[in-house]
Design a binder for this molecule. Sequence first.
Ligand SMILES: Nc1ncnc2c1ncn2[C@@H]1O[C@H](COP(=O)(O)OP(=O)(O)OP(=O)(O)O)[C@@H](O)[C@H]1O
Length: 251
Amino acid sequence: MIRFDKVTKRFGSHTVLDALDMKVYSGKHVTLIGPSGSGKTTILRLMMTLLKPDEGTIMLNGEYLTHEKKGDKLVPASDKHSRQIRKNIGMVFQQFNLFPNMKVLRNITEAPVHVLGLDKDAAEERARELLDLVGLSAHLDKYPTQLSGGQQQRVAIARALAMRPQVLLLDEVTSALDPELVAGVLDVLRDIAHTTDITMLCVTHEMNFARDISDCVMMFDAGRVIEFGPPEQIFTDPEHERTREFLSAVL
Ligand SMILES: Nc1ncnc2c1ncn2[C@@H]1O[C@H](COP(=O)(O)OP(=O)(O)OP(=O)(O)O)[C@@H](O)[C@H]1O
């Protein structure tokens, strides 16, 4: 389970997350929706420990991500501790972020070999399986720039999965793609959502996709969850006026 307890994040005088409490049970797929600037990406960046909360704690499967225990005190986590817990979390970004100087196969094997210490042959075997899953077996010997944006994003998904994460964070992964490339990436993610037990936390403006894969949709406004529920309820019968306004603008 992912658990945020009273997490506050400020940038200067701007409070982006305001004592946020949030739980995501293992294996569930949760989509975060809400107006621009409501703090959705900040949540994912906190989980990747790219940001630190000003207050509050984040836990993954009973272990603190943001803190560690020293005796009976809770202190901010060292980088080493955060890295250790974060190994269980993979993230796919809007801008693929592949290593441009490495071929596709090596993009995928690099972290398993150097971070997990996996044997090179085993890492390559796993990478080939994942390239098959994302429909790119024929491209393993190419450099990222020789691929379309949609193909690069599918490599990025394979790369995240190669670490066998318990949690996959998806941050507007189709926003930078040409419209005709979006469906291929979403199909791969649907497949992963429906065939694995990975926990997914997804920020997306693709509401049909959110409807297909989500167990739960959380509506954010001004750094708080204002309502959450199954997609069929949030998309068809939201309780909150802000949710209705937001959905009528995006649907
Ligand atoms: N590193 C930063 N420094 C200063 N302000 C930041 C930083 N990162 C985010 N913010 C601000 O925090 C607020 C929340 O940003 P965040 O990216 O989490 O929103 P979001 O809900 O994901 O929005 P969008 O849907 O537009 O991506 C915004 O007002 C943003 O400008």
